[in-house]
Design a binder for this molecule. Structure first.
Ligand SMILES: Cc1cc2nc3c(=O)[nH]c(=O)nc-3n(C[C@H](O)[C@H](O)[C@H](O)COP(=O)(O)OP(=O)(O)OC[C@H]3O[C@@H](n4cnc5c(N)ncnc54)[C@H](O)[C@@H]3O)c2cc1C
Length: 401
């Protein structure tokens, strides 16, 4: 199993997008639910590692697809891209859900260390040694390739929670350590959705027939292998939404340090608008996503993706330095910067690191695409989905995003 060849550069991302865009219409709608196995995922875009780190933006993806298809023909694909936007906006207005996840994970991790029964069940699940053939395959596919098809993610999470009865936060952590697209919002909220915590009382149960059908018979779990009667998990209601972030005017002509982080690796729009940083500071990929270690694959991808930006835009970035979050201020001041400019970091470890920077104004440029869409993520996705036509129209009227 080698999995998709995800080269961590913007040019590879653009190439993959150009290759996929013609297939994002009815072919995608017909075939997207089939998980045909590692090396056979061409029915979906596999663009998620690029979009997650914004080596390419959602707007670029949508523009490329709409150059080949009408919004109607590509509506399934467009809706999937907006699922990501919806989850980001939803969490942005409820950051306590991420904090609660982190604290529940710390507790679950303590339990793994102190309860040998739980530890061995958790180890078996992570190593693909549970005896449930499909689940074990997906555990290994994820660890080896850094990717799983969406349907496999749903089945895997469901079996983890309802058949193996393992804490969902440990499963979400397993995903975050191994997925090249591991994302605080999409991952945490998708696991909550499978568990029945996100849409209260509605959970996702993996069914043997569904797995057999959508893997084209690669896996045929027997009746009794999976718990198909389990009840949704119980937990507190999600908090009411707080106000979404709003875009601010940033004077890009002031002496500035540009801060690059793994949540947004396309500073091109800021440079196009005239930013000429005195220094560019790269924040190394954060380890604060997990109490364990990120997989080597994820760490290598992220470090190389950061380097790609500095290679690609070398002429415009000034001196480039890599700094731990605590040294950012000193590096910016040493270069004579009067402000630090960066793209907005949504809820997660990068945002936590940025919150510690104190001593120079820190301006986070919120992309117009997010500023327009996130405020609609107050209720369920289906209400949000009604806004997609208006969001697409606004996107096409206004560049850049
Ligand atoms: C339990 C679970 C955990 C997940 N964890 C993550 C995660 O950490 N990071 C992540 O990016 N996605 C996550 N997803 C969503 C989804 O599985 C992946 O985005 C998708 O499989 C990526 O493959 P693709 O690029 O081929 O998707 P495509 O089908 O080609 O979709 C195009 C793009 O739309 C977005 N997208 C598609 N489906 C979803 C979805 N259901 N939710 C949010 N965005 C979506 C992605 O950016 C994707 O690249 C998770 C889903 C589940 C069920």
């Amino acid at each position: 199993m080698t999995g998709p060849d995800v080269i961590p550069t913007r040019s590879a991302a653009l190439e993959a997008l150009a290759k996929f865009a013609p297939r994002a219409g009815h072919l995608y709608a017909l075939q997207r639910n089939y998980d045909l196995g590692a090396d056979q995922h061409d029915n979906v875009s596999q663009l998620s590692p690029y979009i997650r780190h914004r080596l390419i933006t959602e707007q670029e993806v949508l523009d490329a697809v709409l150059a080949h298809h009408s919004p109607q023909d590509a509506q399934k694909f467009i809706a999937e891209v907006f699922w990501r936007t919806y989850w980001k906006g939803w969490l942005e207005m409820r950051p306590d859900v991420w904090k609660q996840y982190q604290s529940d994970l710390t507790q679950a991790w303590n339990n793994v260390q102190t309860q040998s029964g739980l530890r061995s069940r958790w180890q078996d699940a992570c190593m693909g040694q549970t005896g449930i053939v499909c689940f074990d395959h997906w555990a290994r596919e994820l660890a080896q390739t850094g990717y799983l098809h969406n349907h496999a993610r749903m089945w895997f999470a469901s079996i983890w929670i309802f058949t193996l009865k393992l804490p969902w936060v440990l499963g979400a952590d397993f995903f975050l350590r191994h997925l090249l697209d591991g994302d605080c919002a999409s991952n945490t909220l998708s696991w909550r959705w499978v568990a029945g915590l996100q849409t209260r009382g509605k959970h996702y149960l993996a069914e043997p027939e569904n797995i057999a059908r959508f893997t084209k018979g690669r896996f045929r779990p027997q009746a009794g292998d999976l718990d198909t009667d389990a009840q949704p998990l119980d937990g507190p209601m999600p908090p009411d939404p707080s106000a979404p972030p709003t875009a601010q005017d940033i004077d890009l002509t002031r002496p500035s340090a540009l801060l690059l982080h793994m949540d947004d690796l396309a500073p091109d729009d800021l440079l196009d608008q005239g930013l000429r940083p005195m220094v560019t500071i790269m924040l190394p990929p954060s380890e604060r996503m997990t109490p364990l270690r990120m997989s080597d694959k994820v760490q290598t991808f992220r470090s190389a993706a950061l380097l790609d930006v500095t290679n690609r835009l070398a002429d415009l970035l000034g001196d480039v330095v890599t700094c731990a979050p605590g040294q950012t201020l000193a590096a910016a001041k040493a270069a004579g910067a009067e402000q630090i400019v960066t793209h907005y970091a949504p809820t997660g470890p990068v945002a936590d690191n940025l919150a510690q920077i104190d001593g120079l104004p820190l301006h986070q440029a919120l992309r117009p695409f997010d500023a327009r869409a996130w405020p609609y993520a107050t209720k369920g996705f289906f209400k949000f989905k009604d806004k997609i036509p208006a969001l697409l129209a606004a996107m096409r009227d206004k560049a850049p995003a």
